[in-house]
Design a protein around this ligand. Structure first.
Ligand SMILES: NC(=O)c1ccc[n+]([C@@H]2O[C@H](COP(=O)([O-])OP(=O)(O)OC[C@H]3O[C@@H](n4cnc5c(N)ncnc54)[C@H](O)[C@@H]3O)[C@@H](O)[C@H]2O)c1
Length: 267
């Protein structure tokens, strides 16, 4: 293998334009940084963060609430006017909801609606409006951030699990619609287990509070559920997302990719 091939491998997303929602923190930030290193022009969108933060990883920032349909229309139009194409959309923004302890009886309808709006409605809106831009770009890749929570029961974060299952199901419909209408757009879902980000740190604190144990004990209980014996890193998820965004994954659509250190094996 010559040097040229190594260079090509390091630029798997060269000349592609990518949007990553929820890109100011955790997984979105790692995904955006890896995509930029792989040659993409990346736009992160979020309700927090700013252009100064984005520039540190060589990407652009747009303020965007993913639950707002009007903002989706405006922002995708703005990106189209600036770059003339859209190749990749990572629907990553999400919230865990009312915290641990929100079981099917204690979850309020307001908590339920907020979680569905942020985690599920937003993915629908992103797919709905990105498809046409990608079609006009000659194809594209949509990656929807679901969770292991879509695949197992989650009675301690009821609304969250349901919202992520909706993302999984929507992904299949988008994938088949795009494939059978000849648009060369792929759509896949990624299912992280427990990855160290601000979202997971918050869950440790909430779980500790609920179990009335120190945070370190709660953290240990989460860790015990991972057969590989360690929490995932944001780059573990970014590697999967970059692969799915790249042409290396050109024959993959409608599929679910679990990145969980074997956690699903524990049911
Ligand atoms: N960390 C994990 O272990 C884990 C596991 C499974 C799935 N996930 C999923 O991965 C995604 C990223 O999670 P994370 O761990 O990086 O969390 P995080 O809290 O670090 O980052 C989430 C980002 O989404 C943004 N966001 C929230 N609501 C928004 C809105 N209405 N509009 C725009 N942006 C909004 C936040 O401001 C934040 O920057 C989420 O969808 C989450 O459900 C995470």
């Amino acid at each position: 293998m010559g040097n040229n091939q190594i260079a090509e491998n390091n630029q798997r997303l060269k000349a592609k334009v990518a949007v990553v929602t929820g890109g100011a923190s955790g997984l979105g930030l790692a995904i955006a940084a890896m995509m930029a290193r792989d040659g993409a022009r990346v736009i992160i969108t979020d309700i927090q963060g700013d252009q100064q933060q984005a520039e540190k990883i060589g990407v652009e920032f747009i303020r965007h609430d993913v639950t707002d349909e009007r903002q989706w229309i405006t922002i995708l139009d703005r990106i189209d006017k600036k770059y003339g194409r859209l190749d990749i959309l990572v629907n990553n923004a999400g919230i865990s909801g009312g915290g641990t302890g929100t079981n099917p009886e204690t979850t309020t309808i307001d908590q339920w609606r907020k979680v569905q709006a942020t985690n599920s409605d937003s993915v629908f809106l992103g797919c709905k409006y990105a498809i046409d831009y990608m079609r006009r770009s000659g194809g594209g890749s949509i990656i929807n951030m679901s969770s292991i929570a879509a695949l197992v029961a989650t009675p301690f974060i009821t609304a969250y699990g349901a919202s992520k299952a909706a993302v999984r199901q929507l992904t299949m419909s988008v994938a088949l619609h795009c494939a059978t209408t000849g648009s060369k757009i792929r759509c896949n879902s990624v299912h992280p287990g427990q990855i160290r980000t601000p979202m997971l740190e918050k869950l440790f604190v909430e779980a500790a509070d609920q179990m009335t144990v120190p945070v370190a004990v709660a953290e240990q209980r989460f860790l015990e559920r991972i057969p590989l014996g360690q929490f995932g890193t944001p780059d573990d998820i970014a590697s999967m997302v970059v692969f799915l965004a790249s042409d290396e994954a050109k024959h993959i659509t409608g599929a679910q990719f679990v990145v969980d250190g074997g956690m699903q094996l524990n049911g």
